[in-house]
Ligand binder design. Structure first.
Ligand SMILES: Nc1ncnc2c1ncn2[C@@H]1O[C@H](COP(=O)(O)OP(=O)(O)OP(=O)(O)O)[C@@H](O)[C@H]1O
Ligand SMILES: [Mg+2]
Length: 246
């Protein structure tokens, strides 16, 4: 089943075309990796899917329903959650309180929201930080918090924007394991990532974006051999080469 469809999306910022006639489908249960050089339009794509930005043309369908005109909170209520590349915790709140806000998406009671938040903090490996202010966290812990906030909303589809980038290798391995665990719970995942080890080990399929356009789509091993992809990464080809060696 197709759970999310991005259909012929174009998004401009003044004269800059950030996304151009972009289309792809997300299948229920899969991890679809989104890669592309810096500035390719990946984060803009998440902003359009979750209605932080309105596209000039095109539509977004979630479980067959046109959600293009909905507001971000309405999209979240429907079961589509995201993380932010630049982590955005509520600065004056503790880690636990931040995650509870996500849980209030579906749980009205404070006590039950606390239980849900604690359960997620345990799973994501942040339980011992629960009473710290979100702003005091290291980058690795902030990324986990970002993911915990999104998971607390109980999504059916989760959009992850560079949750592995910036982590040390132990943290990155933990995060990769946790993303696998999310998929095993039946949640469908759209994953933007520059860390090739994460993309290649997690993705069932990959869409490659370059200057806002889809230039390749397929299984990881197909996409990493695609000449158009290698050319787009010219100057960065070591990333793909490094993966092929390991
Ligand atoms: N709010 C905005 N206003 C104007 N231009 C923007 C805005 N957001 C993004 N852009 C531009 O749109 C293009 C795509 O940016 P985007 O952040 O989507 O890239 P990205 O693929 O996520 O890059 P990175 O890998 O560095 O995170 C860039 O040229 C960027 O400068
Ligand atoms: Mg980005």
């Amino acid at each position: 089943m197709i759970i999310l469809e991005v259909k012929e999306i174009t998004k401009r910022f003044g004269g800059l075309v950030a996304l151009k006639d972009l289309s792809f489908k997300l299948r229920q249960g899969e991890i679809l990796g989104i890669i592309g050089p810096n500035g390719a339009g990946k984060t803009t794509l998440f902003n359009v899917i979750t209605s932080f930005h309105r596209p000039e043309t095109g539509k977004i369908f979630f479980k067959g329903e046109d959600i293009t005109e909905l507001r971000p909170y309405q999209i979240c209520r429907k079961g589509l959650a995201r993380t932010f590349q630049i982590t955005q915790p509520f600065a004056n709140l503790t880690v636990l309180e931040n995650v509870k806000i996500g849980a209030y998406n579906h749980i009205p009671s404070s006590r039950e929201a606390t239980d849900e938040a604690l359960r997620i903090l345990e799973a994501v490996g942040l339980i011992e930080k629960r009473n710290e202010r979100a702003t005091s966290l290291s980058i690795g812990h902030r990324k986990k918090l970002e993911l915990a906030k999104a998971m607390a909303t109980r999504p059916e589809v989760i959009l992850l924007d560079e949750v592995v980038a910036g982590l040390n290798s132990r943290e990155a391995n933990d995060m990769i394991a946790y993303i696998h665990h999310i998929q095993k719970q039946g949640i469908t995942i759209l994953l933007i990532e520059h860390v090739m080890k994460a993309i290649m080990s997690l993705s069932n399929r990959i869409v490659v974006i370059h200057y806002g356009q889809k230039i390749s789509e397929g299984k990881p091993e197909e996409v990493s051999k695609d000449p158009k992809v290698i050319e787009a990464y010219l100057g960065e080809e070591y990333i793909l080469a490094k993966h092929q060696r390991s």
